[in-house]
Design a protein. Structure first.
Lengths: 151, 420
């Protein structure tokens, strides 16, 4: 598979075309905005957080296929997770995207379906696209009420 | 409109514009990217450098390097002569009246900041208005916002029409007795539109309002004559006109520059310093504090020498052919929309797909060896005006060819295959 095919895999294209949990959330009690000044990608993440658990999570915004697919996949993975679990996953995703680990290593099993995004590390200019939504969730969970930035 | 067959290039007089010969002068064009020949269509961001410029810079460092305007020794005299020689070349290049009117700066950005801080803070006051257009680069927006914040002046924006054209009537309507400065682009970096600057200057001058032109995207494509245009300030960057980065030019009319206070203080810009009082140096040195980018200035001089060796009419015909060929070819692609359809355009083709983000277009084209810019082009208000988050932008230079546009088109078809 070429690097390009690895980047734009079917699953990613599908999430881009029909993003999951792509909606505003009326009863969200955590919310954060993320922005990538380099390309104008913009995402808002909504979380309904109860008893330390991400009960519901959704997002809205505009961006490239990578940022949209990454946000979409993130919401499906984070639903039902605790804050600590979300943070662990955030760390793993970060390591995967920056490419300094082998995701096939058993230590990264919890990445699950997210491993499909590992092709991004071959495209340094796109790492920020894939990590934007994750930075934004991180800010939302920490209750930081500022626009998260990939910078 | 396919005015020319492939390979058959326009010519004028008895000389044929031989683009293949020109390409030989730019060593980087022989590079390969991801195993494909480099197709460099990001000239709006920065242009490539001819061997003559690269050589001039290394010659300076190899055999002339020393500080200027201060040494009594041989090398310093040599370096000073080369640097001042470059200033004279620049004066001729834009037809300024005097070398005193050519200030070396870091680039367009610094030139505009210089005028905002030196001219703006001295001659503008609370309630005054500064007029810019809706298609300015951030570097011709933010310095004015900073100034407005400092002195309580107000920024007014000339709208553009749906084709991305500067509308003279709207501009006329905005000018009033509070208008104290007009600062507009000569050619838009995001849209390619050429602004009717001579007319714009004339209209402002009827009201006694000085005009700064941002020539960053104009100088690589158009013959610029600051006296004919009549502008009061003209700014451009060396790196976009085949020279090195880190050097640029502010042209200003001597009488204005004379009346302005220095922008920065330091060495070179003074004639006499005591702890009680400092006397400033004469133009242009008053605005050139500290050791400048000597190699950069010399490199820019070499770039101008290179351009002077070309027939500008031929270059211009060639670039027009490239733009019209690219416009035709891209217009034929399904679901592709060109942003910026001004009648008078230079060197830039911005485009979007409704269903594909510019960033994805850029990444896939890159895999084909085709370098374009994807993003907001430091002109976010332009993106907002057209309701798009970003565009992909192909921007051309005199060394580009129709074959390279074919490679761009081929790359776009690959994008369409990926995104179905
Ligand atoms: C129209 C325009 N103005 C100003 C600039 C800023 O130039 P520089 O970054 O060289 O200072 C650019 C560069 O992108 C430009 O295209």
């Amino acid at each position: 598979m070429s690097e390009l095919d690895e980047l734009y895999q079917e699953v990613i294209l599908d999430h881009n075309k029909s993003p999951r949990n792509f909606r505003e959330m009326g009863n969200a009690n955590r919310k954060s905005e993320g922005y990538n000044p380099l390309c104008g990608d913009h995402v808002t993440v909504y979380i309904h957080f109860i008893g330390g658990i991400i009960h519901d999570i959704s997002f809205k915004g505009s961006g490239c296929a990578i940022s949209k697919a990454s946000a979409s996949m993130m919401t499906t993975e984070l639903k039902g997770k605790s804050e600590a679990e979300a943070e662990e996953l955030f760390d793993d995703v970060h390591k995967m995207l920056t490419g300094d680990v082998d995701v096939e290593d058993s230590g990264f099993d919890r990445l699950g379906k997210l491993k499909i995004l590992s092709g991004v590390c071959k495209f340094p200019a796109r790492v920020k696209c894939a990590s934007l939504a994750w930075h934004t969730v991180n800010a939302a969970l920490k209750g930081v009420d500022e626009v998260a930035s990939t910078e | 409109m396919k005015a020319f067959q492939k390979k058959q290039l326009p010519h004028s007089g008895d000389g044929i514009f031989d683009v293949e010969k020109i390409r030989q002068d730019f060593p980087i064009l022989r590079e390969r990217v991801h195993g494909k020949p480099l197709v460099y269509l990001d000239n709006g961001a920065t242009s490539q450098k001819p061997q003559a410029v690269i050589d001039a810079i290394s010659r300076y460092y190899q055999s002339e390097n020393s500080n200027i305007h201060r040494g009594v020794h041989y090398l310093s005299e040599q370096a000073t002569a080369s640097y001042e020689n470059a200033r004279e070349k620049i004066r001729q290049f834009i037809n300024a009246k005097s070398e005193q009117e050519i200030i070396f700066v870091r680039g367009t950005t610094e030139a505009i900041n210089l005028v905002a801080q030196s001219y703006g803070r001295t001659f503008l006051k609370e309630g005054d208005e500064i007029v810019i257009s809706a298609m300015e680069h951030h570097s011709n927006i933010v310095p004015w916002q900073i100034l407005c914040g400092q002195i309580g002046a107000r920024l007014r924006i000339i709208p553009i029409n749906h084709d991305g054209e500067f509308v003279l009537d709207e501009y006329r309507r905005l000018l009033n007795e509070k208008t104290k400065l007009v600062s507009i682009t000569h050619v838009s970096n995001a849209l390619g539109s050429i602004v009717p600057v001579r007319e714009a200057v004339r209209i402002a001058h009827e009201r006694g309002v000085p005009v700064l032109l941002d020539g960053a995207q104009a100088v690589p494509h158009l013959k610029v004559d600051v006296q004919e245009i009549g502008c009061d300030f003209y700014a451009f960057s060396g790196h976009k006109v085949f020279g090195p980065t880190g050097v640029g030019v502010l042209y200003g009319k001597a009488e204005l520059l004379d009346a302005m206070p220095p922008y920065q203080g330091g060495g070179d810009m003074i004639s006499l310093v005591t702890f009680e009082k400092t006397h400033y140096n004469v133009l242009p040195y008053k605005f050139e504090a500290g050791t400048p980018n000597i190699a950069g200035g010399i490199g820019l001089g070499a770039a101008i020498d290179y351009l002077n060796g070309l027939d500008w009419d031929q270059v211009s015909d060639h670039e027009k052919d490239l733009l019209s060929y690219a416009t035709d070819e891209l217009s034929a692609i399904e679901r592709l929309k060109i942003i910026g359809k001004a009648k008078e355009k230079a060197g830039v083709l911005s485009f979007v797909f409704e269903h594909i983000h510019a960033h994805d277009v850029g990444t896939i084209l890159d895999q084909e060896g085709v370098a374009v810019r994807a993003g907001h082009h430091c002109a976010m208000p332009v993106m907002q005006r057209f309701g798009v988050p970003a565009t992909a932008r192909a921007s051309f230079a005199l060394y580009n060819t129709r074959e390279e546009i074919d490679a761009l088109v081929k790359g776009i078809h690959r994008v369409l295959r990926v995104f179905g």
